[in-house]
Ligand binder design. Sequence first.
Ligand code: CU
Length: 142
Amino acid sequence: MARSRVLLLTALLISSCGGAGSAAVPVSTAAPAHVVTAVNKSGVTAVPPETIKSGETVVELGDHWYAPAQLYVTVGTKVTWKQVGSQEHDVWSTDGLFHSPTLGPGSTYSYVFNVAPGTYRYFCVPHYGDGMAGAVTVVPRR
Ligand SMILES: [Cu+2]
């Protein structure tokens, strides 16, 4: 528990100085290619390990929300979106990687994240304007 708090705090500190933060500038000017790796590694280790899913996991979607809206998985994880709302929704990747058909109540849609580590954002086409969006962050297998 204490370790999780330290990791979360580390994540907050990293994200809070991610923009024009003075600490990151000398590093990024010295070795730009290396910094990307360093940032990715920081992002991975900043996530409490127990929150990173593997194998198969479920994201519920309801009327204008996804839960969890931010999911962490290892490479190769099968994510199933389960529609628990009363309206029709869908799941569209912002970069065109995947998209579901229209999902009525009780429907599911799955995608296996055999992809490069990174954050993959998605949204519901009819309800994007209402903020119905989520993200899957893929981290390397441990
Ligand atoms: Cu929707």
